[in-house]
Design a protein around this ligand. Structure first.
Ligand code: CDP
Length: 233
């Protein structure tokens, strides 16, 4: 079997609601690769902390809780200790706690090994904030996916409504802005574009456009790096 580091990774980073999940899942499907929603891990840790009645400032206790959590992803579902939590982790309440605890180095450390374990042949599409800068700094391709704050809020609003989660657009926009500022402003693994990343602005484009852009760049990167990849649709 190939050494883990020989398994190609596409790192997909960017702010909240930029479409990383939609694009990342479609890309993984298209390539036949594994997919990591690293944000879901932070959200599950936040949910576990809330359920354990821990305050978001009790970060040492939260970090200590993480190794014992039984986390599983099957299809599009996320499970915590055997129970489906896909909907429970999606709200902006859990998102805000996730962002608060994600600023704590001990919490990030507790989640890094779990993220790297997703790197399995034939490849991995990894979505998050620090995929290209920290967790998979050797990624074969780094993408920074973005869109304007208004567009990102509208997309997330639609998504949450479809899941039956009650939100208002102005409030959601405020919450996303606050979370982005917190994620970009933290000392450890802040949300920022890696120096060698390609920025894709999806404001006026569908997710399928971003997927095609990424596949084309991946083919170029593979050629440059002498990697053999089957990128046919
Ligand atoms: O889906 P959305 O972009 O709104 O957020 P997410 O990817 O589910 O991530 C939730 C929160 O987890 C983010 O606001 C970050 O604070 C944190 N996170 C992180 O710090 N590092 C990652 N690699 C992924 C998420």
């Amino acid at each position: 079997m190939k050494p883990e580091s020989a398994v190609p990774v596409v790192a997909l980073d960017g702010p909240a609601g930029a479409g990383k999940g939609t694009v990342g899942r479609a890309l993984a499907l298209r390539l036949g690769w594994h997919y990591l929603d690293s944000g879901a891990l932070y959200r599950i840790a936040a949910l576990a902390a809330l359920r354990a009645a821990l305050d978001k400032t009790q970060t040492a206790a939260i970090a200590a809780l993480i190794p014992g959590l039984e986390i599983e992803f099957r299809g599009g579902e996320a499970a915590l200790d055997g129970k489906d939590v896909s909907r429970a982790i999606r709200g902006e309440g859990v998102g805000a706690v996730a962002s608060a605890i994600a600023a704590e180095p001990a919490v990030r450390e507790a989640l890094v090994a779990r993220q790297r374990a997703f790197r399995r042949p034939p490849g991995l599409v990894a979505d998050g904030r620090d995929m290209g800068t920290v967790v998979f700094a050797d990624a074969v391709l780094k993408i920074f996916l973005t869109a304007s704050p208004g567009e990102r809020a509208r997309r997330r609003y639609k998504q949450l409504k479809e899941q039956g989660i009650d939100v208002t657009l102005p409030r959601l926009e405020r919450e996303l802005r606050r979370r982005d500022a917190q994620d970009a402003g933290r000392k450890v693994a802040p949300l920022k574009m890696a120096g060698d990343a390609v920025m894709l602005d999806t404001d006026r484009h569908a997710a399928s456009w971003a997927v095609e852009q990424i596949v084309a760049r991946l083919a170029e990167a593979a050629k440059r790096g002498g990697l053999s990849m089957d990128l046919e649709p």
